[in-house]
Structure formats: structure tokens, C-alpha cells
Design a protein around this ligand. Sequence first.
Ligand SMILES: Nc1ncnc2c1ncn2[C@@H]1O[C@H](COP(=O)(O)OP(=O)(O)O)[C@@H](O)[C@H]1O
Ligand SMILES: [Mg+2]
Length: 405
Amino acid sequence: MIAVGHRITLDAPAVDLPIRLLPRHTAIIAGSGSGKTVLLRRLVEEAALAGLPAIVIDPNNDLSRLGDPWPERPKAFTPEDARKAERYRERVEVVVWTPGVRAGNPLFLSVLPDFSELGEDRDERQQAIEMAAETLGPLAGAKTNLLRGVLMGALEHFAARGGKLPDFIALLADLPDGISDIGNAGKHAAGMADQLRAAVATNPLLKVEGTVLDPRHLFFGSDPARTRISVVNLSGLASDAAREDFVNRLQMTLFGWIRTNPSPRGILYVVDEAQSFLPAQKASPSLGSGIKLVAQGRKYGLGMIVATQVPRGIHNQVVSNCTTQFFGRQSAPATIAAAQEILAANGGTASDIGKLSAGEFYFATEGSGRPAKLRTPLCLSHHPANPPTPEEVARRAKASAGSAR
Ligand SMILES: Nc1ncnc2c1ncn2[C@@H]1O[C@H](COP(=O)(O)OP(=O)(O)O)[C@@H](O)[C@H]1O
Ligand SMILES: [Mg+2]
């Protein structure tokens, strides 16, 4: 038997996932009720036991229970599961963050990347500028190419010096000559400055009143003996647009941070219901930064885990970067066919994908050969059928706020 912590036993005793493959990203694709969230939780929990911290995006509130033990030992637990659950309780610290909820554990992120943290690498600098343009574009009302062009020119100029959002708005409001050769650039820029001022006035998350968070505090607490899992709960963000904007800013912040703080051991960034944030079929403010994270994260030891209900729901540039893939039960004929097609392209047959039980998945990773069926273990923390209410989430968040920073 191989030492605990270096691999995750998915189906004892036959199938393991080496922890070292986590930074090469994981996709979980399975219909509702098929065991996606249980599997995602178990992967995060096992990684934490092996010392890998995680940021987990929680769109449905159920992940806010990652710090709650099962009230009774589940029947499905093996003695090994019970031992691990105990160790998880001792060695893992779960902090719940609630952006937009003052009664919980609010989290503030800056709108612009910290350009001063970027090195001299021109590609990286350009990517940071592009990400900032993707974030600011919708907020600045930059709907046309003309406006986006002016915005880009202003950002390129701004990136050389850096600064905060008010500094950038001031630059736009009074754009110096020579920054953009687009006609009437100054007028367009001033219009976008006003749009940004209006966005700040109406979106409370753009008005940074708390301390802007250093991602270090999402991954590491003050006790080096405990591995931190930060659950970022989205229930305080009322609209899809606000959620996507927030996730985008978190991804941008992470992208900037990991280059100066690469992790040899590995860190995780986990997105459940990832079709909302990294969608295949539509544009989303969080898509560009997500693709950059998945493409570059690995270099710095950042592994992503994405889960979704619909095959082809997540952007192909994300899924194709996932070395490890799980396919679970699908119920609709169209999604059954789509999952079978993807599995067939990888040499697998999955005629029973519509009949799998919760927790059964087809699994493939590097060197595993064609996708093979397995039964995954239950998660170590409490996962009842119904998610907690936003009020319950806020209580958990408040309780964890003390140790958070
Ligand atoms: N590996 C498993 N072992 C035992 N029961 C499981 C397992 N995975 C899921 N289940 C059962 O299925 C239910 C739904 O799982 P969940 O992960 O919430 O589904 P999804 O996120 O795909 O909608 C769980 O509440 C649990 O009762
Ligand atoms: Mg789920």
C-alpha cells in the first residue's frame, strides 16, 4: 500500500488518483443527483489531508458545510473513511467567506490586477492587461470596438505605473494626448469614466470598504499544522452578472498572485456548477480569466477542479486542459449521447451512462488507459440532501471569520 497523502483511493483497492496529477486539472461531468458534489468534496478533502489548500467556489451553498462533520458515522464509511474524517477534523481548517454579506465574513477584491506585481515578461503583462479590459469593459459600458480600443490603450498606459480603480477612472476622465490614436479618444474615455463611476455607485462590491484580500489568506492560516480550505459562498451576490464579475476578479487576483507565489506542493481552485462561470455556449466575464488560469496555473502548481451537469457545458479550452476526467450518470437522451460521444472519442464505451447509480463514474487520467467505471467514496464532511439557507451560511461564515485573516 502506498502512503496516504500521495494518492486518493477512488475505488478500493483497485483505482487511485495520484495527488501529483491534481495540478493538471480535473473535470467532473455528471447529471444532477449523480454524486458530483460528493466526489468534488472528497477530492478537496483528500488533497487537504495531503497538505494542499483550496479555494472552493460555492454557488449552491452546500459546499459551506465542508467544515461540518457528519452528525453520525455514515453507513457507507469504511474504517479508513472514519479515520480520515477524524484526521480531517483535526488538521483541516475550513473558512467560509461571504462576499457582499456583512453579517457573515465579507471578502473584498480589487477590480484591477496589481500591475506592480507583474514581472518583465511581456506576454504575462499583456495577459494581465487583457484580463483587466475584460473586467472593466462591461462596467465601463465599452460595447463597441472603438470604446474597447480606447480602454485598452488607457490600460496599457496605466499598467506601466499601476494604481487603484479611482486612479484609473481619473486617467480616463482626463486622458492625456498621445495615449490613443483613435479619433475623439478623450471624449470616449471621459464617457467610460462616467460609466465606471456609475458602476461604483450602484455595485456595492466595487466600493472597496474592507481590507482588500491577499489570496495568501485564502490558502494559508496562522496555524501551519492545519491546511486551509476557503469556501467562497456566492449567496450574497444577487444577480448572475454580480457573481460572474466577482468570480472573474477572484480569478484575476489568483492569476496575478500565483506567479509570484508558485506552490511546489500544489494548491487547488475549485468551481462547482462551472458551466455558469466557464461556459461553452455564451460569453461570461469570468471565462477569459478562467481559461488563462487553467492554461497557466499548472506551471505554478495551481490545479483546478471543475464540475458541471452538462457535457460540453464548460468551455472546451477548460475541459481539454483537464488531464483527469470523471463522467457520471446522465438522464436526458441528448446528454447521454453527448457523454457517450466524448467517452468514445477517448476509447471508452459507456452504454450504461444513463443507468449509473450516485457515486458511479467513468474515470480516466494520465496513464490509466481508456475510461473505466468505478465507485467513488462518500465525502468526509456532512453532505445532507438539502443545502443550508443563506442565513445558515452567514452564521458559519461569521463563526470562521475570527481565524480567517
Ligand atoms: N459516493 C457516494 N456514495 C454514496 N452515496 C452517494 C455518493 N455520491 C452521492 N451519493 C448520494 O447521492 C446524493 C446526491 O449527490 P450529490 O453529490 O449531491 O449530487 P450532484 O452534485 O451530482 O447533484 C447524495 O446526497 C448522496 O446521498
Ligand atoms: Mg451538486
